[in-house]
Design a binder for this molecule. Structure first.
Ligand SMILES: *Cc1c(COP(=O)(O)O)cnc(C)c1O
Length: 424
């Protein structure tokens, strides 16, 4: 598309946007009595207007029914998690029994690594992307320690080439081949939280399998952002959170994917709890744990219905909008942001660099910007003017225009304010 840096052009794109009405399904935070320009959906997505009713439904059922709500609530609590298998499966490209909503993200990362990080003999190493989210690094290091291994010996962080900000797929593949039979697990993000780089999940998985390693992905920044096909890509396992692009509320329920080949293997080591037991015998409280088939066999506890209620309200919106259509808009919207940043650089003399890949196949909606000067001060000044974005030390401003509720006018206005700021 031929973009133009003007408010009229942005307004015309908004007018033609087939997803424009979805913005009205969300509560937009206000600053100075006006809608903010909210670019933090990569950190905490906005509240769907339907969330409150969904939550009230469960509170009312609890009030009216007490324990009977497990069977007789509008959405019976004992089988509550089952409502998520279809919509989550569509978002990650899985079969419904390969996914389940449960726990928090880091908890799930641990539960999955208990099963899928099985160091033995010389095969002990975990390969991961440059600069992973702190929690993932802690999880991997403590998993190593848990097996009596030293993190320095087994954790391999994959750095970009000198002078480059992101990783090349060919280099990741070469590293996997180099590690060969020492490699137990490739544990990458789907989209890196800092650079916004989307990894080639299919190619990385294929390379990992070729050397006999397992491939797992933390999809915190990919879920609800880019379409995925985990089953067809033969990914072994994955997990995500629902409070970023999935708009399910602070600390809301996470989810996991386990490939059916593993999900149907009852011998696979896992930490067990009653909710992961075969539902046919769960309430007979058998002495021996019989894992439920599929990803549900990794559940430990009964469903946290309040956070799941909001999750359901939010996923209903994704079901209607469709991740394919969302992605189409997302590419255009982030493409517009990229165009505006390039235009600012032309006008103000290369003051901003974009570290996120230029190739749209290698990114989601987020662009990570480095301002040559006064980055933090610029960010703070924009926040005061109602641009909500995220600052990451040492020097990155992360801007995530979300196709469900952001507009082309949001992007244009941001550019306008940013240009005034870098000129000031
Ligand atoms: C957001 C995020 C987390 C946060 O973990 P929680 O357990 O949900 O607090 C972890 N890892 C990645 C990659 C993230 O982006």
């Amino acid at each position: 598309m031929e973009y133009v840096n003007s408010p009229d052009f942005a307004a015309s794109l908004d007018k033609q946007d087939p997803l424009a009405s979805y913005r009205n399904q969300f509560l937009i935070p206000q600053v100075n009595g006006k809608d903010t320009i909210y670019f933090c959906g990569n950190s905490l997505g906005l509240q769907p207007k339907t969330a409150k009713n969904a939550l009230e439904q469960e509170l009312n059922d609890w009030a009216a029914l007490g324990v009977e709500g497990h069977l007789h609530a509008k959405n019976p609590w004992w089988s509550y998690h089952e409502m998520f298998s279809e919509p989550l499966a569509r978002l990650v490209g899985a079969q419904p029994d390969e996914v389940v909503a449960m726990n928090g993200l880091t908890v799930n990362l641990h539960l999955l690594m208990i099963s899928f990080y099985q160091p033995s003999g010389k095969r002990k190493k975990i390969l991961f992307e440059d600069g992973p989210f702190s929690s993932d690094r802690y999880a991997m290091a403590s998993q190593a320690q848990q097996r009596g291994l030293s993190p320095e010996d087994v954790l391999v962080e994959m750095h970009p080439r000198q002078g480059e900000a992101t990783l090349r797929t060919e280099d990741i593949i070469a590293k996997i081949e180099e590690l060969g039979d020492e490699l137990a697990l490739v544990m990458f993000g789907g989209v890196n939280y800092y650079t916004g780089q989307a990894f080639d999940i299919r190619t990385i998985t294929e390379a990992a399998h070729k050397v006999g390693a397992i491939a797992g992905f933390d999809l915190a920044h990919a879920m609800g952002n880019i379409p995925m096909y985990l089953h067809n890509w033969d990914v072994d396992f994955a997990c995500w959170c629902s409070y970023k692009y999935l708009n399910s509320g602070p600390g809301s329920i996470s989810g996991i994917y386990v490939n059916e080949r593993h999900g149907n293997n009852p011998e696979l080591i896992r930490l067990a709890g009653w909710w992961g037991n075969d539902p046919d015998t769960r309430f007979q409280m058998p002495e021996k744990f019989i894992p439920s088939k599929g990803a549900t066999g990794w559940q430990l506890s009964n469903a946290p219905v309040f956070s799941m209620a909001v999750h359901k309200a939010s996923l209903d919106i994704f079901e209607e909008a469709g991740i394919g259509q969302l992605r189409q808009k997302s590419e255009l919207l982030t493409g517009y942001l990229e165009f505006i940043i390039d235009d600012i650089n032309q006008k103000a003399g290369n003051v901003i660099s974009i570290i996120t890949p230029r190739n749209k196949e290698e990114r989601g909606c987020q662009l990570s910007l480095i301002l040559k000067e006064n980055g933090k001060a610029t960010h703070n000044a924009l926040m005061k003017q109602g641009v909500i974005s995220d600052w990451r030390n040492p020097n990155v401003m992360r801007i995530a225009p979300v196709p469900l509720y952001n507009t082309y006018t949001d992007v244009w206005t941001f550019g306008d304010l940013l240009l005034k700021q870098v000129h000031a």
